[in-house]
Design a protein around this ligand. Structure first.
Ligand code: MG
Length: 164
């Protein structure tokens, strides 16, 4: 049995994943506008990945016999303007998501809900990767500074991101 508490927490996570998708889509639009087409493409792929995360949580609730409840998704104001600022905001956001998933896993443990816990472990591992990939991009843009040739090369490389 899945408890009401865990259902509520996962419902909130569904909203957070869709909100994450929106955050990345917004970043992608901004980077595209600034002609960082490679980074825009990377961010768009991330947007699609966040949609998949939301669907995974949603499907899990349904598998457990619970009914997902959709909530409004806020359109975030994008304060980050440069690619480095965007990268930093993405990394900070992923750390927030990791903390949220850890909290749900902890709650599931407390509720003795092993099935939810086993399911959540996929996300715990996924967040390790998300933190690493977003942190790597911060490092790259920090390294580039104002060097246009290096920025161009980083952008080109980010555009090579494989769809996963
Ligand atoms: Mg996610």
């Amino acid at each position: 049995m899945i408890s009401e508490k865990v259902v509520k927490a996962i419902n909130e996570q569904i909203n957070m994943e869709y909100a994450s998708a929106y955050i990345y889509l917004n970043m992608s639009i901004e980077m595209d506008d600034q002609a960082f087409r490679g980074y825009a493409k990377w961010l768009f792929a991330q947007y699609e990945e966040e949609l998949e995360h939301a669907e995974k949580f949603l499907g899990f609730l349904q598998t457990r016999g619970a009914v997902p409840v959709l909530k409004d998704i806020e359109v975030p104001a994008l304060e980050a303007k440069t690619p480095l600022d965007v990268a930093k905001a993405a990394y900070a956001h992923e750390m927030k998501v990791s903390a949220s998933i850890d909290r749900i896993a902890e709650l599931a443990s407390k509720e003795g809900d092993r099935a939810s816990n086993a399911f959540l472990m996929w996300f715990v591992n996924e967040q390790v990767e998300e933190e690493e990939s977003t942190r790597d991009i911060v490092d790259m843009f920090e390294f580039a500074g104002d060097d246009k040739a290096v920025l161009f090369e980083i952008d080109r490389r980010l555009g090579e991101r494989e769809e996963d």
